[in-house]
Design a protein around this ligand. Structure first.
Ligand code: NAD
Ligand code: MG
Length: 384
């Protein structure tokens, strides 16, 4: 029996992870489940799986969680600190599926406990980069990539940079792949979160629409696969069948293919180095007929350009990029700014706030907080 913890158990990745675990109750035992505010979803998952502890991030909801868990064997806890403590309980395998930098301290706690961490929470790695990789190495912990592109690369990757010519991340291009800048100007949150291929949380759906998601994924790949920024490429592939590719120096290109169902990459990290069955639909390439590819357009999708520049500049830039983007996406979803303002705000914050490179976790959190303040100030101007 392997013990598993799911950070962000009520989200899109969290529920897909629960689905796999609940199909194999003889193989997995649930240690901890966490969520931000969905008491009913968290308590139901804890009851179904017999989790040892359930943690609600919003401490004001702890009484409601206690009530929802009454009569069960699951302990209840509340608050951001309790999530970090739950992550530190050292389950054999931890799914990091909190969205945004809010997931950073829990991920770091899981790594410090020496656990295997399946990483969906790309924002944490983008912002803390080298610090997170070093923490994993020092604790003897293992990071397994859940993001479909990075999981695809991981499956095709021979860990010797000298063999690798390029890593090619595929991108669906999102719902506005063919839209002009003028058409994108008036896009509503409801239109932006309607992804053509994947069903995901609101924040990552907006990131896919601006293509900031692919930018964050370039930075994520830089840390997971140390081949250097120059060997990381993006290729638009609207069908999301080829999840990414590794091109070797001998001209061989290896790709991982599958239907767009996150249970496949999650299962890969859950069973690794073995494989496990999943209910994911199988690929029917004859029915698909042909696969399409096109170059990415950094003029209509400036977020991609900004992320690439932040990656090359390094230091604190990725953390500033991520923080400004999180603030701007939240403001867009709240109807405070327009769709094109998201990348514009990120660009302005990057231009006006240039902190020193972080050397520890506290630095990353401070840079993140300060960059959000800068973004807020600029958004007040946009909405004034
Ligand atoms: P989601 O919004 O559906 O779920 C987010 C989860 O995090 C929820 O359980 C929520 O309760 C929790 N959470 C949110 N804010 C929190 C806070 N402040 N403190 C503690 N917990 C908090 O998001 P998602 O789509 O499941 O994405 C989760 C992560 O996985 C993101 O980093 C995303 O980029 C990444 N990811 C998602 C997909 C996907 O298909 N959904 C694919 C690749 C990567
Ligand atoms: Mg992805």
């Amino acid at each position: 029996m392997r013990s598993v913890t799911i950070l962000g158990a009520t989200g899109s990745i969290g529920t897909s992870t629960l689905d796999l675990i609940e199909r194999a109750p003889d193989r997995f035992r649930v240690e901890a489940l966490t969520a931000h505010s969905d008491v009913a979803g968290l308590a139901a998952a804890a009851r179904r799986t017999g989790a040892r502890i359930a943690v609600i991030g919003d401490a004001a909801r702890l009484p409601a969680l206690r009530e929802a868990l009454a009569g069960s064997d699951t302990e209840a806890a509340g608050g951001a600190e309790a999530i970090v403590e739950a992550a530190a309980r050292g389950a054999d395998w931890t799914m990091a599926a909190i969205v945004g930098l809010a997931g950073l301290r829990p991920v770091m706690a899981a790594l410090a406990a020496g656990a295997t961490v399946a990483l969906a929470n790309k924002e944490a790695l983008v912002s803390a980069g080298e610090i997170m990789i070093a923490a994993a190495r020092d604790a003897g912990a293992r990071l397994l990539p859940v993001d479909s592109e990075h999981n695809a690369v991981f499956q095709c990757y021979e860990p010797d940079p000298a063999r690798i010519a390029r890593i090619i991340l595929t991108a669906s291009g999102g719902p506005f792949r063919r839209a002009s800048l003028e058409e994108m100007r008036g896009v509503t949150p409801a239109q932006a979160v309607k992804h053509p291929n994947w069903s995901m949380g609101a924040k990552i759906s907006v990131d896919s629409a601006t293509m900031m998601n692919k930018g964050l994924e370039l930075i994520e790949a830089f840390h997971l696969f140390p081949v250097g920024a120059d060997r990381l490429d993006v290729l638009v592939h609207p069908q999301s069948v080829v999840h990414s590719m590794v091109e070797y120096v001998d001209g061989s290109t290896l790709a991982q293919l599958g239907t767009p169902d996150m249970r496949t990459p999650i299962a890969h990290t859950l069973a690794w180095p073995q494989r496990m069955e999943t209910p994911s639909a199988r690929l029917d390439l004859a029915a698909i007929g042909r696969l399409e590819f096109e170059a990415a357009d950094e003029v209509r999708f400036p977020a991609l350009r900004l992320a690439r520049a932040a990656l090359r500049a390094g230091g604190a830039r990725p953390a500033v990029l991520n923080a400004a983007n999180e603030s701007a996406v939240a403001a867009f979803l709240a109807g405070r700014i327009g769709f094109l303002d998201i990348a514009a705000i990120v660009e302005e914050v990057l231009a006006h706030y240039e902190p020193d490179a972080p050397t520890c976790l506290a630095d990353v959190l401070a840079i993140d907080a300060e960059a959000r303040l800068h973004a807020e100030r600029r958004m007040e101007r946009v909405t004034a």
